[in-house]
Design a protein. Sequence first.
Length: 177
Amino acid sequence: MNLKASRETLNRTILNKGLKAYRAPKKFYISPENIEKRFSFSLQMANKRLKYWKKVIFTDESSFQLMNANGRTLIRRFSNENFEESNFQLTSQGETLMVWGAISSEGVGPLARIDTIEENETTLNGSRYVTLLQRYLLRNYHELKEHKLIFQQDNAPSHRYRGVSEWLEKKEIKKLQ
């Protein structure tokens, strides 16, 4: 039909047809295997003293959606309909920014934009993660080389990449196990 209409016109028309916006429920899935691993890890780490935790540098990546920054996801459905998985829109709307950062008992380190690792690549695979560590980790946390800090990362696929383990071993970086 190739019609042009403003967002307000579209929303008003959708509402007039009986479709209302409802907040989509948040659903996090953790497999039974990962539940067991997390529980086991927590038991192993429960008796560590503050002195130990002050040596750990925690790292992680996070994505920020540049549109719809309030994080709410709305779905359209009729008021007499229940939530159905098929109505939930899983694809991202808008641009995202992914960053990597680290924090220790000494404070926070710089944020590294993932898209600066390799031009126009906004995701983090294993080889890009190695490049990120090479550029930012030891430069900002030289105590890792001296075994004064313990490196922590989660179990993301890019962290499990063989090249990451090889690089950490080559640099003799002590990891949180």
